[in-house]
Design a protein around this ligand. Structure first.
Ligand code: OFO
Length: 163
């Protein structure tokens, strides 16, 4: 059975993952409305992954006899001034999630909760991937600037993920 402090922290992470889902869904809607269908698809796929992350935490808490508490999800922004600004926000958000996962890992280790530490390993690896995917996209967008042709090419390329 999981200890109460860890249970509370993992419930906090369920909310954070659902917020991630909501944030990327908002970005997807924004891109759809600003005529970047490829980026909208990319963000929708990203949102779906985040829902999967929330489910992993829910399933794990159930397995350990913990109580799942669903709390209100903050409203994300609805628009971003540029494609670059949205992806910078996504990258910044992933860095904040990485910090949260590291803090959870520290907590599990301090509590000698080996099962939770082992469960969190998947997320440690996932965060390396999340940042490794977003970093080069941000760098490409910085290089592209306001060049419409290059932006639509990127839209087409990233749209392959959502297809
Ligand atoms: Fe984007 O990895 Fe979960 O939150």
């Amino acid at each position: 059975m999981i200890n109460k402090g860890m249970e509370k922290a993992l419930n906090g992470q369920i909310n954070a993952e659902l917020y991630s889902f909501y944030l990327y869904l908002a970005m997807s809607v924004h891109f759809q409305q600003t005529n970047f269908a490829g980026l909208a698809g990319w963000m929708r796929a990203q949102a779906q992954e985040e829902m999967g992350h929330a489910m992993k935490f829910i399933d794990y808490l159930h397995e350990r006899g913990g109580a799942v508490t669903l709390t209100a999800i903050d409203q994300p922004k609805g628009e971003w001034p540029s494609v670059l600004a949205a992806f910078e926000a996504a990258y910044g958000h992933e860095k904040s999630i990485t910090k949260r996962i590291n803090d959870l890992m520290d907590k599990a280790i301090a509590a000698k909760d080996h099962a939770t530490a082992n469960f969190l390993q998947w997320f440690v690896k996932e965060q390396v991937e999340e940042e490794a995917v977003l970093d080069p996209i941000v760098m490409r967008l910085q290089a592209i600037g306001d060049h419409p042709g290059a932006l639509y090419y990127l839209d087409h390329q990233l749209g392959k993920r959502g297809a």
